[in-house]
Design a protein around this ligand. Sequence first.
Ligand code: SF4
Length: 378
Amino acid sequence: MPRRRSRQIHIGSVAVGGGAPISVQSMTCTDTRDAKATATQIHQLEEAGCEIVRVAVPDAEAARALPDIKKNIGIPLVADIHFDHRLALGALNAGVDGLRLNPGNIRDPEKIKTVVQAAKERRVPIRIGVNAGSLPRARVIGDSSRSNTGASLSEHTEGVVERMVQLALDQVRLLEALDFDLIKLSLKSFDVPTTIEAYRQVADLVPYPLHLGITEAGTPWAGSIRSAVGIGTLLYLGIGDTLRVSLTGDPVEEVRVGFEILKSLDLRQRGPIMISCPTCGRTEIDLVTIAQEVERKLQRIEAPIKVAVMGCVVNGPGEAREADVGVAGGGGRAVLFRHGKIVSTVDEADLLSALMHEIDNAVRDWKKGKRRESVGDE
Ligand code: SF4
């Protein structure tokens, strides 16, 4: 599907929308008032590839910590504000690169106006972050419109989608009326069909970039699956300019999952792609342990190489040959491939070290290629 063409904004140095690469974001889970701990976690996120980071600003002390955090990190900083518009003003004064406001809980248009004026003066974008869990209760639900996905949505879901989209549009119009267009939108729900439908509808109604996410998605296992289905479906439909995977756990995992979603759809490259077989009655090596170990080691590698770890010599060599580096085990031995050619046969005990040696060679070749490319560009 062609990508929806959105307007481009910049969160600090990172372009969002307008055909820019789909960026991966995360949010810290430290106490923002502890600037040192927060900056340390952001460094870990940067190392994992995080491109924009958001911090919660629950009180004035947290807002006062923002300059210290900002000066110690290398990626754009977004302040997440709920309820108190004065915190948004404090964050803007602290030099943040973006604001996220939840229109469900700053309801006074005058207060929103004050924040928008301050953001406008500093050219700082605002994300209107609509969350299904915090929709104003008073909003009247009109006649349910039918889903344009062809999926059958319950009346309740349709009502929630309609309220989310309407609230987003109300806020967009409010910002536009203030001559502000550095807008980004998100319409998140825990419920995947609700989220998909809300984004689909709003994508046709506004030109602004969309920040994708499934909110409160759950633990790394369930949350990754829910996020991959929701975010992945939207991306496949060409919708979405930046994303955050929300997981209950280490935010570094959010970044890894985010990139894995983008890699699965061939939208970004970062780090290796690992192929491993599911194992079956033909498996002749301890493939599960080996695959886990290889995956752990690959997390530290930036090169976008393809690595295949296969459990037998019946179907394994086919995949192993297709990869940049592949291994197919059998009978306590394993055959190693580089770009389809057998490079060696090793005992199972030596498989991991031999495989990592070949991966190091592949990474070295990739780096050489990159250096050649950059010389060619000069
Ligand atoms: S590659 Fe071999 S061991 Fe792995 S699932 Fe396929 S047939 Fe089974």
